[in-house]
Write a protein that binds this ligand. Structure first.
Ligand code: CP3
Length: 379
């Protein structure tokens, strides 16, 4: 098991001034930096390049960890785990203890918003989420405008608990789903391979989809503000299904609602740090970054490095983008894939991550191999 502070063991070897600041801060009696500037992830979001990129993984708390599976069994249902602050905090901290990541992401789900809007959300073992589908105009009109935020209190309480236990240098990330991605699950009532039901609704009845998206925009702003006030250092907006949209539809259903969320959050917390993840956006990433004003963009493994460096990383930090299958494969193939990410992006602002969530069959030893290799890197 890797030591949580292992990144600091190598810090004296670094030449940049930031590293010197961290080292100083660890000397007793030194007047250190403010709380905020001791976190590598926030440094990168704030505009700095680090020689050792901060690292965390999407879905880092999950079934590939035996301690997660144990806590999950104890909780009963998946939503019971999300809504029991003590257990949600515990599973949030498990990957930090084991791997010493630079960020913890609060354990929750993007579907807690539809749940708080009164939709019935269930997680069937091995099948993914199930909701009562919004498949008639009447059901869409009847959608509540305001979520019952009392239902989300356990998420905020879990954030407070995690905050109190995290070391100073570990950032805490809150999140929500982007309206388009949440809407795809609400319309279909489940995940589908290409989210055809929501795409069809966008053509047949754009006003109806607009209504769902508007409700999600307003409630997502409140949910992100609630998480930032409860102790999150930054937030990520997951648009997992952005890539199934043609360009015109992408502007309307992915970019525009995300821009409204960013604006709405910053209207209340002007310096809020926000990461966007429009999975599959490809050549539309520069447009996404320009219009949404996110501080960083999480890129999937298919992103083209030249385009990303020239037209994305020149403006914002980049997070990603190891193929989760390389992490399962391990060995030399994994080393090569890690080195590709580093050689493609570590000369600019990089947060090392996967191109999408870690898969349940991933061996723990391969995650350890990845953390070691990234921490041994000097960009
Ligand atoms: O990253 C983290 O560790 C934080 C936790 C987190 C979960 N879901 C926990 C979870 C986050 C950030 C999410 C986001 C999420 N949820 C997304 C966007 C990101 C992505 O991965 O695409 C989406 C589309 C969902 C909806 C959702 N929740 C699906 C499709 C599933 C089933 C998939 C599966 O792996 O079974 C879930 C369930 C879910 N959410 C699990 C976890 C750990 C697995 C549930 C279990 O323990 O059985």
């Amino acid at each position: 098991m890797l030591n949580q502070r292992s990144r600091f063991a190598t810090v004296p070897a670094l030449a940049n001034s930031f590293a010197a600041c961290i080292t100083d801060r660890k000397k007793p009696g030194t007047i250190g930096l403010t709380e905020k500037t001791t976190k590598p992830l926030l440094e990168v979001l704030g505009g700095r390049r680090l020689e050792i990129p901060p690292i965390w993984m999407m879905r880092q708390a999950g079934r590939y960890l035996p301690e997660y599976r144990q806590t999950r069994t104890k909780a009963g249902g998946f939503l019971d785990l999300c809504f029991t602050p003590e257990l949600a905090a515990e599973v949030t901290l498990q990957p930090i203890r084991r791997f010493g990541f630079d960020a913890a992401i609060i354990f929750s789900d993007i579907l807690v918003i539809p749940h708080a809007l009164g939709c019935e959300v269930r997680f069937e073992a091995g099948e993914g989420p199930r909701l009562d589908p919004l498949d008639t105009a009447a059901k869409i009109t009847a959608l509540a405008a305001h979520a019952d935020f009392r239902k989300l209190e356990p998420v905020y309480e879990a954030l407070g608990r995690v905050r109190r236990e995290l070391a100073d240098h570990v950032a805490l990330i809150g999140f929500c789903g982007a309206p388009w991605t949440i809407a795809t699950y609400m319309v279909a009532g489940q995940g589908t391979t290409d989210q055809a039901p929501a795409r069809m609704l966008a053509y047949r009845d754009p006003e109806a989809l607009s209504h769902i998206v508007d409700v999600l925009v307003e409630n997502s702003i409140e949910h992100l503000l609630g998480q930032l006030r409860a102790g999150a250092d930054c937030v990520q907006i997951f648009d997992t299904w952005a890539g199934v949209l043609p360009p015109r539809e992408f502007l309307r259903w992915s970019i525009a609602p995300t821009a409204r969320i960013v604006e709405g959050v910053r209207a209340k917390i002007p310096d809020a740090k926000i990461i966007g993840f429009p999975r599959g956006a490809g050549a539309l990433l520069p447009a996404y970054v320009g219009a949404t004003k996110v501080d960083a963009v999480s890129i999937d493994w298919a992103a083209e490095p030249g385009l990303i460096r020239e037209r994305v990383q020149s403006r914002v930090a980049v997070q990603g983008n190891l193929d989760p299958l390389a992490l399962i494969a391990g060995g030399d193939a994994l080393d090569r894939a890690i080195d590709d990410v580093l050689s493609n992006y570590a000369q600019g602002r990089l947060i090392f991550n996967l191109g999408h969530g870690i898969l349940p069959e991933t061996p723990i030893a391969h995650v350890e191999q990845m953390v070691r290799r990234v921490r041994d890197f000097r960009g």
